[in-house]
Design a protein around this ligand. Structure first.
Ligand code: SF4
Ligand code: SF4
Ligand code: SF4
Length: 195
């Protein structure tokens, strides 16, 4: 029996397809609800924070601390001690909360710490996001074989990181790229790559 969210959506850590079984891609958990929900990092902790009545300190403050740590890890500022801190906080929240909301709030983090521990390590130790979801931890590039030189990405890039002549393959200057992802969104030729 899987726990359920409002609306009857079941939280299922095992049934999601392999690409989604990444803690980053799934927003640190996987569940059988529409993709637009689970692609939002930290959704579950945001949700529990919004719904918390505030009576229990660990539910009210502990989930906030966990979310801050996760967001920092995804932004490239993870510290070696974060994994242990998340595990300890999660257990404390689980044990000290009065109702099911607080008792289950840390589960996605605790589960992914167990099954996707190497991904946490990749983010914190290597500064890489294996699922290429955390934009701060990916490198953007342009496939010269696909780029038509249309210039759309140049106009979209506020950082001025893309250059190239019209109708010729463009390139991204990694030192100027702020990893906003706009070029990826505007390119109609699937030429922008995350690596
Ligand atoms: S665990 Fe339940 S009772 Fe305690 S603060 Fe959270 S929502 Fe309120
Ligand atoms: S939008 Fe795509 S095809 Fe057009 S220049 Fe940029 S990378 Fe090349
Ligand atoms: S990710 Fe953003 S900053 Fe980097 S090249 Fe693309 S549009 Fe420019």
């Amino acid at each position: 029996m899987h726990p359920r969210l409002p609306g009857g959506h079941a939280i299922d850590y095992d049934r999601s397809p392999p690409p989604a079984r990444s803690w980053a891609r799934a927003g640190w958990w996987s569940w059988t609800i529409p993709p637009a929900w689970w692609t939002s990092p930290g959704f579950f902790l945001h949700f529990t924070q919004n719904e918390s009545c505030g009576k229990c300190t660990f539910c009210r403050i502990g989930t906030k601390r966990m979310l801050e740590i996760l967001e920092r890890i995804c932004a490239g500022g993870g510290k070696p001690e974060d994994v242990n801190t998340l595990a300890e906080l999660g257990e404390q929240i689980r044990m000290s909360s009065l109702c099911g909301l607080g008792q289950t709030a840390p589960n996605p983090v605790l589960t992914t710490l167990r099954y996707f521990h190497d991904e946490y390590e990749a983010h914190i130790r290597d500064g890489k996001c294996p699922a290429k979801v955390c934009l701060a931890l990916v490198e953007f590039g342009i496939d010269p074989d696909k780029c038509t030189g249309c210039g759309l990405c140049v106009r979209a890039c506020d950082a001025g990181a893309i250059s190239g002549r019209s109708k010729e393959a463009h390139r991204i200057d990694g030192s100027r790229c702020v990893r906003c992802g706009k070029c990826l969104t505007v390119c109609r030729f699937d030429a922008v790559r995350k690596g």
